[in-house]
Design a protein around this ligand. Structure first.
Ligand SMILES: Cc1ncc(COP(=O)(O)O)c(C=O)c1O
Length: 351
């Protein structure tokens, strides 16, 4: 079963993230049946299967199974950018705001913000940044992309933008990494293969633990040599696991059976956005809802985001306040169309 479990009309609706999704029955069965080994000693066959499957789906030579997306992003920084180099990055990237500056403290790499809109670089600004390092700096060691883009409200980077960014970076001899924690949401929204989205990048990180509903797990994919280095560095970070096939088994089910259904989450998000815009057009532009995320602007409502979150919480709707003026709502497998209508009604009531 891949759909949403039935819910009562008064059950809480958790929109804080798609990471709250529970494993499916098929995942639990696969976890019990998975052939296992010691991944850090002589290999776990189920992990090997997941890594091969992910590499093939993403059109890369190899992939590495990891406990989290944060570790995958940090490993990408470590294998690409030497100490003291810059990562050219959109200021709203998850890497900058939500990964506790691992790139600085662990990798010794400096984030250099490049002007961007909805996760897309101003390409002229990117070109200038690639051409010249600020005085006293070593220079760019990596260009960062994120799609779908969490901070920008689940926006999808257009294929042309991915390709233009890749071309400019590679012309300057700088590699590219995609933070694809929700790459499969972008893939479904664009209607192309994951390999097409990942093609302009040297490495890509994807999570199976978000809308795809696996309980744990992310993968870093790229060239064999870099993934080999990442495998060694994973041990340094404490991410080498043992009978990891138990969780990799759920990841295989996620990649094989849970990608297409993300379209349902996107449809629920669109319905919620349309209902909320009809209520108050200042809250959201429905045209900006491209995947499973809504960022509501509550600045004109006279209440803080924290106040909204606590009022909605009292009505059984859990949302995440983001700064003073934004609420983040994320749809997923446990949020159906009826729940979308309940959310709109609750927001009308709380207003
Ligand atoms: C865009 C993005 N990148 C990376 C991550 C980190 O993933 P994890 O929570 O598995 O470390 C997240 C988590 O929400 C994310 O949204």
């Amino acid at each position: 079963m891949t759909g949403a479990p039935m819910r009562g009309t008064d059950e809480p609706i958790d929109l804080r993230s798609d990471t709250v999704t529970r494993p499916t029955e098929a995942m639990l069965e696969a976890m019990r049946a998975a052939p296992l080994g010691d991944d850090s000693r002589d290999g776990d066959p189920t992990v090997v299967r997941l890594e091969s499957l992910a590499a093939a789906r993403l059109g890369k030579e190899a992939a590495l199974f990891l406990p989290s997306g944060t570790m995958g992003n940090l490993l990408a920084v470590l294998v690409h950018a030497g100490r003291g180099r810059d990562v050219l990055v959109d200021p709203l990237a998850h890497l900058v705001g939500s990964e506790l500056a691992g790139l600085v403290s662990v990798a010794g790499v400096v984030p250099r913000p490049v002007a961007s809109r909805a996760g897309q670089y101003d390409l002229a600004a990117l070109e200038r940044a690639l051409a010249a390092a600020p005085s006293g700096r070593v220079g760019a060691g990596l260009v960062w992309l994120e799609t779908s883009h969490n901070g920008a409200g689940g926006r999808v980077l257009p294929l042309d933008h991915l390709r233009d960014t890749g071309r400019l970076a590679h012309q300057a001899g700088v590699p590219v990494h995609i933070d694809g924690a929700r790459l499969f949401n972008a893939v479904v929204a664009l209607g192309v293969g994951a390999d097409v989205v990942a093609a302009p990048a040297d490495t890509v990180m994807v999570c199976v633990s978000k809308g795809l509903s696996a309980p744990i797990g992310s993968l870093l994919a790229g060239p064999v040599e870099l993934i080999g280095q990442a495998r060694a560095l994973r041990k340094m970070l404490g991410g080498a696991m043992r009978q990891a096939g138990v969780i990799a088994a759920a990841g295989i089910v996620a990649l094989e059976t849970m990608v297409e259904r993300l379209a349902d989450d996107h449809a629920v998000a669109r319905r919620m956005a349309a209902g909320l815009a009809a209520l108050d057009a200042s809250l959201i532009d429905p045209a900006a809802v491209e995947t499973n995320m809504l960022r509501l602007d509550v600045s004109k409502t006279g209440r803080s985001a924290a106040d909204w979150a606590s009022r909605l919480g009292a009505l059984g709707i859990r949302v995440q306040a983001s700064g003073e003026a934004q609420l983040r709502l994320v749809t997923h497998r446990h949020v159906d169309m009826a729940a979308a209508d309940r959310v709109v009604a609750a927001i009308a009531q709380a207003a």
